[in-house]
Design a protein. Structure first.
Length: 216
């Protein structure tokens, strides 16, 4: 049976969050294709994982017999997150842009799962796993826009997921999400609506595409 690892990191609940709305659409389509599948879900806003500590970090480079009790406990928490990533056939992540970057809770998750010699290195343990990132943002940071140089979400996650973890990365980017609520952006509402519609279409299509790939 196929396993989906679904991670949300938006601080806003349900439909108040653009990233959560789109990841929910992807998950719904994925579950329709895999009715007997497994979903591992983490809501990093409601239940954040611990930020990396010295014990958790150093334990990754120490032999099990040489770890202190504190190191062993901290490392066990890291291993649980790593195993969830390794078990997944598909990874789905909601990554809204906060202050030009990802939420700190998502960064904490990444710091825990990045382990040299296991998930990172010459042969990453989850190498080739498809990962869909819903990178929502209030404005637009696309090439050619005035703030393209402020785009640190896709650039960073490309380096981590593709360059370090060896995952097969694809983005869905709902943008201009502040347009309906910011009078100064009212002229951009049609572009927002088109972006939102495209994001939901992409989510449904990519879920079906990955289902077909897994079935082949």
């Amino acid at each position: 049976m196929a396993t989906l690892l679904h991670i949300d990191s938006s601080v806003f609940p349900g439909e108040a969050s653009s990233s959560r709305s789109v990841t929910a659409a992807f998950r719904k389509s994925w579950e329709e294709q895999h009715p007997q599948g497994t979903v591992i879900y983490r809501d990093l806003a409601a239940n954040p994982v611990p930020h990396i500590t010295a014990d958790a970090w150093s334990a990754g480079y120490a032999a099990p017999s040489e770890r202190t009790p504190e190191q062993s406990a901290a490392f066990a928490a890291r291993v649980k997150l790593i195993e969830e990533l390794e078990q997944a056939d598909t990874v789905l992540i909601g990554a809204p842009m906060y202050n030009y970057s990802i939420p700190s809770t998502l960064k904490a998750w990444l710091d825990n799962v990045l382990l040299l010699g296991r998930t990172a290195g010459e042969t990453p343990s989850a190498q080739g796993t498809p990962v869909i990132v819903v990178a929502s943002r209030g404005g637009s940071y696309a090439p050619g826009t005035p703030r393209e140089n402020y785009e640190f979400v896709q650039n960073y996650l490309e380096a981590v997921f593709t360059g370090t973890l060896g995952l097969d990365l694809d983005f869905i980017v709902p943008e201009l999400t502040m347009a309906p609520r910011n009078p100064a952006m009212s002229a951009l509402v049609p572009l927002y609506e088109a972006s939102r519609r495209r994001a939901f279409e992409d989510a449904t299509a990519k879920a079906k595409e990955l289902a077909e790939r897994l079935a082949a």
